[in-house]
Design a protein. Structure first.
Length: 293
C-alpha cells in the first residue's frame, strides 16, 4: 500500500495526472491510501525559510510513518523535497531532534522509516515490468516516443534519485514494454524551462519550444513525461509558444506516462484524463486505433 501525495500543482491544475495514476495503479493491484492532514511539501519555502521547509517535509513523512505506509508523490519536486530532507535529517541528529520537538505537538514523530517513491519506481519496482507487460491489451506498436524525465527526477544524484542522471533508462524501458519505441535524442535531458516561467516567461517558452521543435523535427509521434510542471510547459503552453516565440509550427502530443499506460491497458480516454490534455493527443489515438485486438 502506498499513500498518494498529490502535491499542490496536481490537485490544483494537473488533474489528469492524478486521474490516470489512480486508474492505472489500481488496475495493476496497487492500493492507494488517502492520508488526512497532508500539506505542501515545503519546497517553495526552501529559499525563504529552510527550517520551515524541513519541518513541512518531515511532517508529511511522519504522517505516513504513523500509518505504516510509504509516500507516492506525483510531483518530481515533491519527491525531491522528501528525499533531500530525509538525507539532511539522517546526517544531522541535532536537526532531527529539533524537528521532532515541533512534531511532538501533533503527536507525531519522524524516524525516517517512511520512503518516498517516485511514480516511475512505483511502476517499475512496486508493480514490476512483467506485470505491466501482461496488462497490455492494446500494444502501442509503431509509435516513436520521446522520453522527458524532468530535472528533479534525476538530480542531485548524491542523495539517491531514481536513475543514472547522465543516462537514465527507466522511463524508456517502461515505454518499450507497452510496444512503442523510445530512442535516444540529443535534447533528452534538456530542461523544459519551467524554472524561469515566473521571472522570464518568454525565455521559458523559448526553451520549451526549442525542445519540442527538435523532437518534432526528429519525427517523434509524441512526448512522454512524469512531471506536472514539465507537462504544464510542454503540453498546455504550445499555443503560447507558437504566438510568442520563433517556433511557430510546434504541435506535438504530450502525455503523462500513466496516460500512455492506460491507453495500452485498453482504458477509455476519459478514464485517464486525456480530455484534459491541451496538445493534439487525438493524433496518437488515431494511430493506435488499428492496434486494438
Amino acid at each position: 500500500m502506498l499513500a498518494l501525495y498529490q502535491g499542490c500543482t496536481v490537485q490544483s491544475e494537473q488533474y489528469a495526472f492524478e486521474i490516470s495514476a489512480k486508474e492505472t495503479l489500481s488496475n495493476l493491484g496497487i492500493q492507494l491510501q488517502e492520508l488526512e492532514g497532508l500539506s505542501c511539501c515545503g519546497y517553495p519555502l526552501k529559499n525563504v525559510s529552510v527550517p520551515a521547509w524541513f519541518y513541512m517535509s518531515a511532517r508529511n513523512l511522519a504522517l505516513a510513518e504513523a500509518k505504516g505506509v510509504d509516500l507516492l508523490p506525483l510531483c518530481n519536486g515533491c519527491n525531491l523535497s522528501f528525499r533531500e530532507v530525509k538525507n539532511y535529517l539522517k546526517e544531522d541528529s541535532e536537526l532531527r531532534e529539533r524537528i521532532n520537538s515541533l512534531l511532538s505537538m501533533e503527536g507525531l514523530e519522524y524516524t525516517g522509516k517512511a520512503k518516498s517513491f517516485h511514480i516511475l519506481e512505483a511502476f517499475s519496482q512496486v508493480v514490476g515490468i512483467e506485470k505491466i507487460r501482461n496488462a497490455v491489451k492494446v500494444p502501442l506498436n509503431g509509435l516513436k516516443l520521446a522520453a522527458h524525465y524532468g530535472c528533479h527526477a534525476l538530480r542531485p544524484s548524491s542523495i539517491g534519485m531514481i536513475d543514472d542522471p547522465e543516462n537514465p533508462q527507466i522511463l524508456e524501458e517502461l515505454i518499450r514494454v507497452l510496444g512503442a519505441s523510445a530512442v535516444d535524442y540529443p535534447e533528452r535531458l534538456d530542461c523544459c524551462g519551467q524554472g524561469l516561467s515566473m521571472t522570464t516567461g518568454r525565455t521559458a517558452l523559448t526553451i520549451s519550444g526549442g525542445k519540442l521543435k527538435t523532437i518534432q523535427n526528429q519525427l517523434f509521434d509524441g512526448v512522454v513525461t512524469v512531471c506536472p510542471f514539465c507537462m504544464k510547459m510542454l503540453d498546455s503552453k504550445q499555443r503560447a509558444i507558437r504566438v510568442s516565440t520563433e517556433y511557430k509550427d510546434v504541435n506535438i502530443p504530450v502525455f503523462y506516462y500513466s496516460q500512455l499506460l492506460g491507453l495500452a491497458m485498453g482504458l477509455d480516454a476519459k478514464q485517464i484524463g486525456l480530455n484534459l490534455n491541451q496538445s493534439p493527443v487525438g493524433d496518437i489515438l488515431k494511430k493506435i486505433g488499428g492496434n486494438k485486438k
